[in-house]
Design a protein. Structure first.
Length: 382
């Protein structure tokens, strides 16, 4: 049940939507099963996406991007979900990391890295989480100690999306180990031929099998001080907090699209599938479950469209973004579970798209800040 054209869209954005839909349906969806088995996408798919202008669509043209807005990012997220082709980590690469560089990078840094992200020449990741540190970013143990005109980085990171293929990684590290938030800086690491840098195993997850999620290790890694994002130490925590709102918003966008896709697929299945001599849809329980799910999806759509509209004009506040992230991802998981139940035993089979929806949805309540953290943030504004 795809939504009608939202108020934040226009003809240009809808044309871009058609391009994104075609790409994910033709270049990604047919490969999802193979990518799940190998635990990563083919490297060349990044280049193909870059050639079509699907990477960094909201980055200004002067830095190699598409010159669009968050609306273009939202379209990519929605069409990726509707194709059930979530392996390519475009949201991390384009919607999140590119905007760290755009918003905080020096002019030299922006011209140096953003065009390569937009073309797909570089795949990017952000290394926040550590084995003993999840949502508590102030407690990161990775250190980046200045030595002349270089930083020496030591530490380890885990659960890093795009970690296997990333050639440019923003590392959250302590440039002042004796301080908490004020000691954090973001260091950009270019991995090619980098001594002391190593990738660990690609982690096996219960969902999102084709999205590479890896461990990263830094042992005496040396990078130029010019790679300090923004050129000023101690700004990392503030930079993270400001950009996390857009990250949480794009997760919510994907959550709404997932709800709509799950309901649509389940309506189709229950009308085709027969039991006791009639379509499964005709049973009162089926109709009531789907009526509730469709209502929740509609409410979520109205909410997310309002959030996008506000974000486009700089009016989306922190508590509302946090509300969107927790409520939409929770509802996404609820609907995925309810819809899978209506498929019966077939819902548990990997050949049916609803099973992938169900397993892929679960992480939404965890990454980008757990839903418990979202409620804590919201409560501070009450």
């Amino acid at each position: 049940m795809p939504a009608a054209r939202p108020a934040w869209s226009d003809d240009d954005i809808e044309a871009f939507r058609d391009l994104a839909r075609s790409f994910f349906e033709k270049e990604c969806a047919p490969n999802e099963e193979r990518w799940a088995e190998q635990q990563h996408v083919d490297r060349e798919v990044w280049t193909k996406a870059g050639q079509l202008g699907l990477l960094c669509p909201s980055i200004p043209e002067e830095y190699g991007g598409g010159g669009g807005t968050f609306a273009h990012e939202a379209v990519v997220a929605e069409e990726q979900v509707r194709a059930n082709a979530g392996s390519l980590g475009t949201a991390v690469h384009s919607t999140i990391i590119a905007h760290y560089l755009l918003n905080y990078g020096t002019e030299d840094q922006k011209h140096r890295w953003l065009p390569k992200l937009a073309s797909g020449e570089l795949v990017s990741a952000i290394a926040m989480t550590e084995p003993g540190t999840g949502s508590d970013l102030q407690s990161v143990q990775t250190k980046a100690i200045r030595d002349g005109n270089q930083y020496v980085i030591d530490g380890s990171k885990t659960f890093i999306s795009n970690g296997l293929q990333a050639e440019l990684i923003i590392v959250v590290a302590k440039t002042d180990p004796d301080d908490s938030a004020a000691g954090i800086s973001l260091i950009v690491v270019e991995t090619e031929g980098l001594e002391g840098f190593a990738r660990g195993r690609v982690l096996k997850k219960i969902g999102q099998h084709g999205q590479d999620t890896a461990e990263l290790f830094f042992s005496g890694v040396r990078v130029p001080t010019d790679n300090l994002l923004g050129g000023v130490e101690g700004q990392g925590f503030i930079q993270l907090m400001q950009q996390l709102q857009q990250e949480r918003l794009v997760l919510a966008v994907a959550g709404v699209a997932t709800m709509e896709m799950a309901v649509s697929e389940t309506i189709k299945y229950t009308k085709d599938r027969h039991a006791f001599g009639k379509p499964v849809f005709n049973f009162q329980n089926t109709k009531f479950v789907l009526a509730e799910a469709a209502t929740k999806a509609k409410i979520a759509r109205v909410f997310i469209d309002d959030c996008i509209t506000k974000h486009l004009v700089g009016e989306l506040d922190i508590p509302t973004a946090s509300m969107a992230k927790w409520w939409i991802t929770q509802t996404q998981c609820d609907i995925a579970d309810e819809c899978l139940q209506l498929f019966g035993g077939y819902g548990y089979m990997q050949e049916y798209p609803i099973s992938k929806v169900w397993t892929d949805s679960r992480i939404q309540k965890i990454y980008g800040g757990t839903n418990e953290i979202m409620k804590e943030i919201i409560s501070r504004f009450l």
